[in-house]
Design a protein around this ligand. Structure first.
Ligand code: ZN
Length: 395
């Protein structure tokens, strides 16, 4: 679920229901939650709320730390990336970062089912540019996954979007399927890409125990209201030795403006240490973690073990490490770095490349096939396939 800023005109869909825009006021459970110690957390100012580092403000979280259970936390931000109110807290025990307070599980489920795609893509199903972009990302993800898993093994992509990862995996010989909460995107996957993606939430999924060899979550875990619960559930679906592959935004990232670090739809913010620790907590061993080239994303590859070792939730030094990165990433430093100049250039290059890739009328399937061919087949084979396609079209 990669993000971009909401398209112009989409704000309208946020405001009337606004489950995530104003989480405090719309949460039916809010009245039963403990009051924050700070009289007005939106004016006190955590060190991530503006462009200048400030002294961290202590408070008590309404949602205990998912990793270590602590409720004593520090406020690290009081604004969303669009400048609307959002309180983000850091656990000083382990370094996990989350939005607190936040909407109820019911409000979140309704948001992802009905509004999320419309809000962030401005569409009820992927447009050709979205499919092309998702296809290019999907082939890179599947290329990496293929190194860990032989073809023929059953894979489930949770939060499958338009089904691009499922499509690529199936082309590579994996009997892959997907689950996607948004009905329009799931329908697109089924009807336009002809891949098995069911519409629903991870809690509703009906998967036989031990039936899967791998489960993938690409930019999904940060949206879940209980990542640990989800990991436990997924562990039950996997066979012993099965893989859980999770990619999330990296809370340590400095490639974006400091004001863009936090987002109301990202309920949790991880680094490699907290993501791996959650995996161990849920009964997985950590195969490896790695960070994307720009530092924006972090991935954990986890393996289900038969006899999980009791994990130690405390991560000494991790909170200090994350706090230091957030404090040091001021707007001034960001402007003096290369990131603000490289980012628009990358986006321009991407835009041009996509415009070229979209030339001529292509179905979503044709777009996917072309990207897969370019990624996985040799030049000679690609020419042969192109010629056979031309011949088929001529007939
Ligand atoms: Zn913690």
């Amino acid at each position: 679920m990669p993000h971009k800023s909401p398209p112009k005109g989409s704000q309208k869909s946020l405001s009337p229901k606004g489950h995530l825009k104003r989480p405090v006021g719309n949460d039916p459970h809010e009245a039963h939650r403990p009051r924050l110690r700070t009289s007005n957390p939106l004016t006190v100012g955590g060190f991530g709320s503006g462009y200048f580092p400030m002294v961290p403000v202590q408070t008590i979280a309404t949602v205990p730390c998912e990793l270590c259970g602590s409720q004593n936390v520090e406020i690290v931000a009081t604004q969303d990336r669009d400048a609307s109110p959002l309180q983000v807290v850091l656990c000083p025990q382990c370094g996990l970062v989350w939005n607190d307070p936040r909407p109820s599980a019911e409000a979140l489920a309704a948001y992802y089912r009905e509004e999320y795609r419309q809000d962030y893509k401005g569409t009820l199903e992927p447009k050709p540019r979205h499919t092309l972009r998702a296809a290019r990302v999907a082939v890179e993800r599947c290329r990496q996954l293929r190194g860990d898993l032989p073809p023929g093994e059953a894979v489930l992509d949770l939060g499958a979007g338009g089904g691009e990862v499922v499509y690529v995996l199936r082309q590579l010989g994996f009997p892959a399927s997907g689950i996607e909460p948004n009905a329009g995107y799931a329908r697109f996957a089924r009807e336009r890409l002809h891949v098995p993606v069911t519409s629903g939430s991870w809690q509703e999924a009906s998967i036989d125990p031990g039936s899967l060899s791998a489960v993938t979550l690409f930019h999904v875990m940060e949206h879940l209201d209980s990542p640990l619960q989800a990991m436990h559930l997924i562990r039950g679906w996997l066979r012993t030795g099965g893989l859980l592959w999770i990619e999330v935004p990296n809370v340590e990232a400095v490639c974006q403006a400091p004001s863009h670090r936090f987002h109301r739809a990202h309920l949790y913010n991880f680094n490699d240490a907290t993501l791996a620790a959650l995996g161990r907590q849920a009964g997985f061993e950590v195969v490896r973690t790695f960070t994307s080239a720009d530092g924006g994303n972090v991935t954990a590859v986890l393996r289900k073990t038969e006899h999980p070792v009791a994990a130690t939730p405390s991560l000494p030094g991790n909170a200090n490490h994350i706090r230091g990165i957030i404090q040091a990433h001021t707007q001034l430093r960001h402007c003096l770095s290369a990131a603000p100049f490289l980012r628009p250039l990358r986006k321009l290059r991407q835009r041009v490349s996509e415009t070229i890739g979209l030339l001529g009328k292509k179905t979503p399937k044709e777009l996917m096939d072309r990207v897969i061919r370019e990624a996985f087949h040799s030049g000679v084979l690609s020419v042969v396939i192109d010629l056979s396609e031309l011949a088929a079209a001529a007939i």
